[in-house]
Design a protein around this ligand. Structure first.
Ligand SMILES: [Zn+2]
Length: 76
């Protein structure tokens, strides 16, 4: 589940919120629903980690016969 960083238009407080679906969070400080989503560091971290995992699994997959990285039948 994605965690986004928001800033409140009303009190300008930054906060993080776990977003499910298309929910818009409310400011935990003043309760305003007028918030703006920021490009959070968390989003970049999870994106980078996902890319790293994908590339790592791709390079670790030395088996030509299947997509598994630990294939006992191919012996590689
Ligand atoms: Zn606020």
């Amino acid at each position: 589940m994605p965690i986004y960083e928001y800033t409140c238009h009303k009190c300008h407080k930054k906060f993080e919120a776990l977003i499910m679906g298309g929910d818009t969070p409310k400011c935990p400080v003043c309760g305003a629903s007028s918030v703006k989503r920021l490009m959070s560091a968390c989003g970049f971290v999870s994106k980078g980690a996902g890319g790293e995992t994908a590339s790592r699994s791709a390079s670790a997959s030395s088996c030509a016969g299947c997509s598994s990285s630990s294939c006992s039948s191919c012996g590689s």
